[in-house]
Design a protein around this ligand. Structure first.
Ligand code: MG
Length: 250
């Protein structure tokens, strides 16, 4: 069952969303050559706690960070590390979340470090746009498959791989709620959207094959062919006329 939030619950979802949005904004300011992914994590945790919120990822199945920091061929779930120093030409996907007043938010962004290749820039641009293509499909009465299909089609048009092993999800009192939201699907299929549903939509695209594997650290997911990957995510609420992005910071 997909939970529908009432006005009061949406208010709290919105407040939780602001925390995660603030972290993403902070990351856009901090990411540059020479900074470690551990420093980014520490800064993120500080920001989350400054709102009186709790980092959603820290301790989740014993994950050691408040952000996932996935560099280049890493797709998701990269562990922040002191010796992972960003350098010009890298791209970094930062995924983070917060719990405030019993409600969760979850969002991700991929940022270029210094000067990145044209190919990497295109990967980031297409992935970001694919997220907004999906969000553009969200409206009461539409089906979730419409949004999933929008990501898939846009990615395929640009010859990007669509990661199939990880997907978006409902979100609310828990980080992961029903439904599961793959980044591919058929229009006119899947659950019918209703006002008050809150969803985390998160396209993960690659510049090569969609195939991925998990490293021995039990967390980091990388592309099988070593191609770069990008990841953009927002927590959104279905509204009467469309949707509201709860983790918007731009
Ligand atoms: Mg998520």
């Amino acid at each position: 069952m997909i939970e529908v939030k009432n006005k009061e619950e949406l208010k709290r979802m919105r407040a939780a969303g602001k925390v995660t949005a603030a972290v993403l904004k902070q990351m856009t300011e901090l990411v540059k050559p020479g900074i470690s992914t551990w420093e980014l994590d520490q800064a993120a945790e500080k920001t989350i706690r400054s709102f009186g919120a709790t980092p959603l990822f820290l301790g989740y199945y014993e994950f050691p960070g408040s952000i996932c920091a996935s560099v280049n061929e890493e797709v998701v779930h990269g562990i922040p590390k002191k010796d992972r120093i960003l350098k010009s030409g890298d791209i970094i996907s930062i995924d983070t979340g917060a719990r405030l007043d019993g409600f969760c938010s979850d969002a991700a962004i991929t940022l270029g470090v210094g000067k990145v290749s044209e190919e990497a820039q295109q990967l980031m641009d297409v992935t970001r746009k694919s997220l907004y293509k999906a969000i553009g499909q969200i409206k009461p009465g539409r089906r979730l498959g419409d949004a999933q299909h929008a990501v898939e089609t846009f990615a395929m048009q640009h010859n990007m791989g669509v990661v199939r092993d990880y997907c978006g999800h409902g979100i609310g009192r828990n980080m992961h709620e029903e439904p599961s939201i793959p980044n591919f699907g058929k229009p006119g299929t899947g659950p019918v959207l209703e006002e008050g549903m809150t969803l985390a939509i998160e396209p993960m695209l690659t510049a090569g094959s969609y195939k991925v594997r998990e490293l021995d650290d039990g967390w980091t997911v990388v592309t099988l062919d070593g191609s770069y990957a990008a990841h953009f995510e927002h927590t959104i609420a279905v509204t009467a006329n469309g949707s509201e992005i709860l983790t918007a910071f731009e």
